[in-house]
Design a protein around this ligand. Structure first.
Ligand SMILES: [Zn+2]
Length: 236
C-alpha cells in the first residue's frame, strides 16, 4: 500500500467495474456488448475557453495535462484556479479539465455551493442559461464569469452501440443501483449523454453523491432502464 500514490489509490477505489449482465434491455440484434460499467466521482472542476486560460495564466498559455481521464483525450490539468462567490467566500484550488471548450463552466457539489454561498441548479453540462456566475482567479489575472456555475446532473456517457444495447437515447434517464456496506442505494435521474464511438460507458457522480453511497467500498453497480410508472391508478 505504501508504494501506491494517492492517484493510484483513488483510481483503484473509485472505479468499480462491473460487467453488465444482459437483461431485457438488450433487444437489438445489432447491439454488441457494452464496455464494462465504470462509475467515477467527478470532483469539483472547471472547463475554460482558451481565451479565459490566457486571461488567467498569461498570453499564449496552454494547459498542461497532469492526469489522463478514463475518456480518451480528456485530462485533469496541472493548472488550478480559485473560484470566488458572493461575500468573497472562495474555493482555493479548483482543477481545470482539458481540453479547452467553447464555453467556460464550473461544476461543483452541493457542499461546495454551501461553502461558496451560491445556490446551484442541477443542470446537464453545457445547459447554463440563467445559472449563477462567479469570479475566477488565476496567477496572472482574473475574470468574472457571468453564468455557468452548476451542480452537474448525474449522468452516464455512452457510445451509440451502448445506447442501442440499453435501448436508450441521449437525454433519457436511467437508474443506477449501487451495493455498498450499510448504504445500498438506487440513484434515479441518471441522464444519458450520448457520444461518438470513442466514448466508453461511464457514470459520473459528484463527490457528495459518491460519498453518500459509499462508492469507494461498493461491491456492485448496475445500470437499469427507468421503467414507466406501472400502478393501476389513473393519476400517473
Ligand atoms: Zn461526465
Amino acid at each position: 500500500m505504501a508504494t501506491l500514490s494517492r492517484d493510484d489509490v483513488e483510481r483503484v477505489v473509485r472505479s468499480i467495474l462491473s460487467q453488465h449482465v444482459g437483461n431485457s434491455a438488450a433487444t437489438s440484434a445489432t447491439a454488441g456488448p457494452p464496455n464494462p460499467l465504470v462509475v467515477n466521482i467527478s470532483a469539483r472542476h472547471c472547463h475554460l475557453t482558451q481565451e479565459h486560460v490566457e486571461v488567467l495564466f498569461g498570453k499564449g498559455h496552454q494547459l498542461t495535462p497532469m492526469k489522463w481521464l478514463y475518456q480518451e483525450g480528456y485530462y485533469a490539468a496541472e493548472e488550478t484556479v480559485a473560484i470566488v462567490g458572493p461575500r468573497r467566500r472562495m474555493l482555493p484550488e479548483v482543477r481545470i479539465l482539458g481540453p479547452c471548450r467553447g464555453d467556460s463552466q464550473v461544476e461543483l457539489a452541493f457542499t461546495d455551493s454551501i461553502s461558496l454561498g451560491l445556490e446551484l441548479p442541477v443542470r446537464i453540462s453545457g445547459d447554463v442559461q440563467g445559472t449563477p456566475g462567479c469570479l475566477i482567479v488565476g496567477p496572472k489575472g482574473s475574470l468574472e464569469l457571468k453564468q455557468g456555475v452548476i451542480r452537474a446532473m448525474r449522468h452516464v456517457h455512452m457510445n451509440p452501440r451502448e445506447m442501442a444495447y440499453y435501448g436508450v437515447k441521449s437525454g433519457d434517464e436511467m437508474h443506477l443501483r449501487v451495493e455498498s456496506p450499510g448504504c445500498t442505494t438506487v440513484l434515479e435521474n441518471v441522464a444519458v449523454r450520448g457520444g461518438d464511438d470513442k466514448i466508453k460507458l461511464e457514470v459520473h457522480l459528484d463527490t457528495d453523491e459518491g460519498n453518500a453511497i459509499n462508492l469507494t467500498n461498493a461491491t456492485k453497480v448496475e445500470l437499469t432502464v427507468a421503467k414507466p410508472h406501472a400502478c393501476a391508478c389513473k393519476t400517473h
